[in-house]
Write a protein that binds this ligand. Structure first.
Ligand code: M6R
Length: 580
């Protein structure tokens, strides 16, 4: 959540860095986008700060119209997803105290204690401002910028990715990381610190990821990294694998649509690249632990794994698992599923398991993320960069990866499945028409049995995330235990009914909805007279969930479009949930 970029010109270079910051913020916008800001020092060491509520485009226009008579030589930028304090200019980052400007991702849990201990009156309602206040205070006590920064960081409890600049020492840029990602990049002219490699694409060919507790000090044309004990350390330099293709929409209207279009290919690529690092059959049971869409991939895999292998699978929501004091078994494998690899609840749940000495496997899409780095066994999912805030193609790669843990490759007809997914994508006209019919529903209920049940949850999550229409997923057999009370003419039911062993029972549940004047869309097999339906090619218990997933993603996308909404940046959400 939130994005950070910081830029320092080498050798006091004369390049104006405001454009570099704004362009990087545009690439980071998917991480949080309720407000944004930039602070920089000009060549006479004066701080300029521009903050704005709304999208980066607004900030960009304000920066363009700002009368800058001197070049910006060092600066920081931030795009915010509010935690403490409402969305307002006052609460937008960077925060500034005297000559110190900072941007912060994460949550400072002890900001109130620190404020009263050091007699600080915060101007904003944020936890973050305490950082600039403390640095400024310690500089008054005659510490230099670097010493004050280090002292401040040593007092913070919570999570942070921080960058800071200072008028008194304008040739220094400092950063620190704990629980919130931060990476360094460099070019011939500049040094960068960013919360995400995507910010550095087109700026730096290499990235250096900071580790927990690291502090980086950039000065004299180089960066120096210190570990949590302030000991100088070297961290690995890796290639920045984020390419321009990853961050363009490839001629389509939105990232989400591009990413849905990629789903068949992601299936094939995940299949080709899969390498199993661990024999799961040696474990008595499995725990699949994740949040949101990744959790639904786990629920789907439970059906497959228990059916195919007879191994018991427990599926857990990470935010509950980490605080519940669960009964854990040392003979189990604990599998953590995450697109971003930074979801704080999943990461902390994994750390709890690691602390107890049990085996962990992570299934993660983003290279070098915290979850993949810290787990014992690791699998990268190769879905490619996912920028749309609603997760789509990552689900496909997670589900297939989990299946591949248990089923031989030759039993998975990937090409046939990918073709069926493609046929769904080719039916965009149908989804556009359907969107007109369901867009004004009071509620949309997704129902399915067996493997279609987790897909009903995924369909409902996607629909509510991007259309703001109340939606819920439900096992079709459960409908009459409560949800059927919702049914009237303003409710649409999306029935996931592929031609599987549950087909007839699912259709009977659909009839119960019709009998109560509910409206029906069937996705799967056959058609119910006078109701909408879309046929998918039957690819069996293994293939149907993938094809249904593409269908529910298309339905959510076109419904949001028909309402004129920003599908890539739905309100209140952010791509990577690094706060609790
Ligand atoms: O990066 P992760 O897979 O750990 O993220 C988990 C959820 O935050 C994520 O799936 C979220 O629910 C998406 N907005 C779903 O579209």
């Amino acid at each position: 959540m939130c994005g950070i970029i910081a830029v320092l010109n080498k050798d006091n270079g004369a390049n104006d860095i405001t454009n570099v910051i704004i362009e990087a913020l545009e690439r980071l916008e998917y991480r949080g986008y309720d407000s944004s800001g930039i602070a920089y020092l000009d060549s006479i060491n004066k701080t300029h700060r521009i903050r704005s509520v709304g999208r980066i485009e607004k900030l960009s226009n304000e920066v363009k119209s700002y009368a800058l008579d001197k070049k910006a030589i060092v600066g920081i930028g931030h795009t915010r997803w509010a935690t403490h304090g409402v969305v307002s200019v006052k609460n937008a980052h960077p925060h500034k105290t005297d000559g110190i400007s900072i941007a912060h991702n994460g949550i400072i849990e002890n900001y109130k204690e620190l404020s009263s201990q050091f007699n600080i009156n915060l101007e904003s309602d944020t936890d973050s401002e305490v950082i600039s206040q403390l640095i400024a205070k310690f500089m008054e006590d005659d510490l230099n910028f670097e010493e004050s920064f280090k002292k401040t960081v040593s007092l913070l409890r919570g999570t942070y990715g921080i960058v800071a600049i200072c008028e008194e020492e304008p040739n220094i840029l400092i950063g620190a990381k704990k629980g919130s990602p931060l990476a360094i990049g460099y070019s011939v002219d500049q040094i960068y610190i960013a919360s995400d490699a995507i910010a550095l694409s087109s700026l730096s060919e290499n990235v250096i990821y900071l580790q927990e507790g690291d502090i980086v000090v950039c000065k004299n044309n180089k960066y120096t990294i210190y570990d949590k004990d302030f000991k100088e350390v070297a961290r690995e330099i890796t290639n920045n694998i984020v390419s321009m293709k990853d961050i363009t929409k490839c001629g389509l209207e939105d990232y989400m649509l591009k990413e849905i279009h990629e789903e068949p290919n992601v299936l094939l690529k995940t299949f080709e690249n899969f390498e199993n690092p661990v024999d799961i059959k040696k474990y008595k049971s499995l725990y699949l632990i994740a949040c949101g869409t990744s959790h639904y991939a786990g629920l789907l895999a439970k059906y497959w794994i228990e059916d195919i292998s007879g191994i018991l699978v427990n599926v857990e929501i990470a935010s509950e698992f980490r605080y519940r004091n669960p009964v854990l078994d040392k003979d189990s494998l604990y599998i953590f599923i995450s697109q971003s690899g930074e979801t704080i609840d999943t990461l902390c749940a994994m750390r709890n398991v690691i602390d107890r000495g049990f085996d962990t496997l992570s299934i993660v899409n983003v290279e070098n993320s915290s979850i993949i780095r810290e787990s014992k066994y690791k699998i990268r999912t190769h879905a490619g960069m996912e920028i749309g805030v609603a997760s789509t193609k990552a689900f496909i790669s997670q589900a297939l990866t989990l299946l591949l843990l248990i089923l031989e490759k030759n039993k998975i007809p990937t090409h046939k499945i990918a073709e069926s997914m493609q046929s769904v994508i080719d039916m965009s006209d149908f989804f556009e028409d359907m969107a007109q019919k369901i867009r004004n529903s009071r509620t949309i209920i997704y129902m399915g049995r067996g493997t279609s049940y987790p897909i009903s949850l995924e369909g409902a999550l996607k629909m509510k995330e991007i259309t703001y229409v109340s939606s819920e997923g439900c096992p079709a057999g459960e409908i009459k235990h409560g949800p059927i009370a919702l049914i009237d003419t303003d409710v649409y039911a999306v029935i996931l009914a592929p031609h599987d062993r549950y087909y007839e029972k699912t259709i009977s549940n659909a009839q119960e909805i019709i009998a109560r004047n509910g409206r029906i869309l069937t996705i799967g097999s056959g058609r119910i007279q006078n109701h909408d339906s879309i046929e998918i090619n039957n690819t069996g218990d293994i293939g149907n969930p993938f094809v249904l997933t593409t269908a529910v993603h298309m339905l959510a996308y076109y419904t949001a479009k028909s309402k004129g909404l920003d599908v890539d940046k739905p309100r209140n959400l952010a791509k990577s949930v690094t706060v609790e």
